[in-house]
Design a protein around this ligand. Structure first.
Ligand SMILES: O=C(O)CCC(=O)C(=O)O
Length: 265
């Protein structure tokens, strides 16, 4: 890759390996975020000007392939960062964006704010979402901000460095992997899901920012204590092949290096 195409510094990449995420400001144009947010408001059927219509703490919308979403997901800045973190040719361009958990100021608990990792596939004959050590089908977890998000407006909570705790729990399950609820339960039993050793960061920022996260990063939603509803998409970056944790040439991607580091810990 040419130096001009690189958007992340070496320091940011090393922090991605040890902390599990990188905040990419202005990953897509703010005007696109505004256009997408207006579209999403229409899809909710709620009135942006009338909080009386915001009767739920969270509304989830599935996903959209319309032009503004495709453009937001496919900027050269994002693609360059994918190359740096995952490796050229090892990820699939997104054809749209989803899912969208939209969070509203509301007294009720949203009921979906527990710590977890995201799963990425369902083995034949099984149910729900699973994950394995080679992160089948998922190169990254991504948080696309479609509204300005401050500490009060339900930023996603991130357990800094928690992606390093996950590989030892996945390794015994081999290629088949494990259901994400089973994994989270096993980690919770030994205090590794909400580990006191892992500080919390908040995915705050401006509409158009994206957080690029390791697929094993432990994260969670929270209640909205502000005034302006929060619009977020949290799609996976799909991979062309499972992680290769034993490359003969040693050219492991930062995502792979983090898994290797977690196994050594
Ligand atoms: O809404 C958020 O901040 C995160 C939601 C989330 O992690 C999930 O639905 O899996």
């Amino acid at each position: 890759m040419s130096a001009a195409a690189a958007v992340l510094t070496d320091d940011q990449i090393e922090r991605f390996v040890t902390e599990g995420f990188v905040h990419l400001p202005e990953a897509f144009p703010r005007e696109l975020a505004d256009e997408c947010r207006a579209f999403l408001w229409r899809e909710t059927g709620l009135d942006p000007e009338d909080p009386a219509t915001w009767t739920q703490p969270v509304v989830r919308l599935d996903g959209y392939g319309d032009a503004p979403f495709r453009q937001a997901a496919g900027t050269p800045r994002l693609h360059a960062a994918f190359d740096q973190l995952v490796g050229p040719g090892r990820w699939l361009p997104r054809t749209g964006l989803g899912t969208f958990p939209i969070r509203f100021p509301h007294p009720q608990d949203p009921g979906d704010a527990g710590w977890h990792v995201d799963g990425s596939y369902t083995p034949p004959g099984e149910q729900g979402y699973w994950l394995n050590l080679r992160s089948r089908d998922r190169a990254l977890l991504m948080l696309f901000l479609f509204s300005d998000v401050d500490a009060d407006s339900a930023p996603t909570r991130i357990k800094v460095g928690s992606h390093l705790d996950v590989p030892p729990f996945l390794e015994p399950h081999g290629e088949r992997g494990v259901n994400l609820f089973e994994l989270c339960g096993a980690m919770d039993e030994v205090g590794k899901l909400d580990s006191p050793d892992r500080p919390q960061a908040l995915a705050t920022g401006r509409a158009g920012d994206v957080y690029l996260c390791h697929p094993f990063l432990i994260h969670g939603a929270q209640s909205h204590h502000g005034t302006v509803p929060r619009f977020l998409a949290q799609p996976p970056l799909l991979s062309t092949a499972p992680l290769d944790l034993d490359r003969a040439d040693g050219a492991h991607s930062p995502v792979e290096r983090a898994v290797r580091l977690g196994l050594r810990a």
